[in-house]
Design a binder for this molecule. Structure first.
Ligand code: ADP
Length: 407
């Protein structure tokens, strides 16, 4: 009798404050077997959508799902219906997205009690995200206590930033007492896309310098030198940096004192203003780039100004990161806006010929899910569109670690 095949499936869980996203992947070929989303957890109208890729079955339901435990149990049940349940011997590990790993976690980590305690200790710097991530982990551990569970941190890729980039210029003792520094986020995406860009160029990640522009609803840039992150635009929280869908990105911190003193606003009101009512939505009432482009085509000046502010900030970062890196081999656009909005890519690079950056109009207009170059053959720096895949990256990191861990 031949021995049972080694388990090769990884379940990736991304537990947000009111949602759980999941994907089940087969790591022999990276194929997706199932995926889904539970939204509005804790409300009467929670929504659940499950897709089994292997059979093509799609099941959707609406109804109260009171908490993350109920959500994960429902996910386990749906997977079981497709013979892909959590009890399957083919499941090698569960990989959890964890937003904040502070300075402690520089790599994916097998979760034990000490790791749970440290993620909990980091809650003050990630009050919105780490508690939800922890609930997801604890529930999954209760469902499969025997299975390795791995935390993959959004911040880990950025822990290679030098102190000169990671520290704010504030009193050192105060910064250290409150763990105030630039951590950066979207790290799994920046890691994946910088490697995939090197791949597209036919070179090793250690041989190239890449600027990654992750432009989704949240947006961040990173400068990656020979495979290591040396600078990124998000900071202590995901609020710093680029203009985003609903976040302001960079602003003079004195704006906050001004709003408190003169505007009489509370801390929570300002938090909401800057995180949820600023960026594109604050500037023009829409945060979807498709809608903004449609309005611009109709001559809407407010939408055009919002677009111009978005592009101006992006250009400043591209220029700054060229200076940080000294030599740039590629600029890669990724995430919802970066992968789809050719107008953003064209405008962000326009006028940067001095930096070696150019976009070929015909190549930029091509729509595809594949990584591709959009710079002309004569361009000194490659400009690329490289679709991100955070779930595959989490699964890959999880599987690589569990392979070693079990060995
Ligand atoms: P997140 O994961 O941060 O929610 P995504 O990476 O999925 O975001 O990006 C979402 C954004 O992508 C949308 O808000 C929208 O602005 C933009 N987007 C998606 N498709 C297109 C498109 N075809 N053209 C322009 N923008 C698009």
């Amino acid at each position: 009798m031949s021995p049972a095949p080694a388990p090769a499936r990884v379940l990736v869980l991304n537990s947000g404050s009111s949602s759980v996203k999941y994907q089940l992947l087969d790591m022999r070929d990276g194929e997706r077997l199932a995926m889904g989303l539970v939204e509005r957890i804790g409300e009467e109208t929670s929504r659940f959508k499950h897709t089994c890729v292997t059979t093509g079955a799609v099941r959707e339901s609406t109804g109260p799902i009171p908490d993350h435990e109920a959500a994960l149990k429902a996910v386990a049940e749906e997977l079981s219906k497709d013979q892909l349940g959590l009890d399957s011997p083919e499941l090698a590990a569960i990989g959890h997205r964890v937003v904040h790993g502070g300075q402690t976690f520089t790599a994916p980590t097998v979760i034990d009690d000490a790791v749970l305690a440290e993620i909990e200790r980091l809650i003050p710097v990630a009050p919105l995200h780490n508690p939800a991530n922890l609930v997801g982990i604890r529930t999954a551990m209760a469902l499969r206590p025997d299975l390795p569970q791995v935390a993959v941190f959004d911040t880990a890729f950025h822990t290679t930033m030098p102190e000169s980039a990671a520290r704010y210029a504030i009193d050192v003792a105060t910064a250290d007492a409150y763990r105030i520094r630039r951590y950066g986020f979207h790290g799994t995406s920046h890691a994946y896309v910088s490697r995939a860009t090197a791949n597209l160029l036919g070179r090793a990640p250690e041989d190239v310098n890449v600027i990654v522009l992750h432009l989704g609803n949240g947006a961040s840039a990173s400068a990656v030198e020979k495979g290591r992150c040396v600078e990124t635009s998000m900071g202590l929280t995901p609020l710093e940096g680029l203009v985003m869908g609903t976040r302001s990105g960079d602003l003079d911190p004195a704006v906050i004192f001004h709003l408190m003193r003169v505007g009489g606003m509370s801390t929570d009101e300002i938090d909401t203003l800057l995180n949820k009512k600023s960026g594109l939505i604050g500037l023009c009432g829409d945060n979807d780039m498709r809608e903004i482009r449609r309005r611009i085509d109709e001559g809407d000046e407010q939408a055009e100004l919002a677009f111009d502010i978005y592009i101006h900030r992006l250009k400043k970062y591209i220029g700054a990161y060229c200076a940080v890196l000294g030599k740039v081999d590629a600029v890669a656009f990724t995430a919802g806006v970066g992968e789809n909005a050719s107008a953003v890519r064209e405008a962000a690079v326009a006028g940067l010929e001095l930096l070696g950056l150019e976009v070929d109009g015909a190549l930029n207009a091509v729509r595809s899910d594949e990584p591709r170059l959009i710079s002309p053959a004569s361009g000194r720096v490659a400009v690329a569109v490289v679709p991100t895949d955070e779930e595959l990256e989490i699964a890959t990191q999880t599987y690589a670690l569990v392979g070693n861990y079990n060995a």
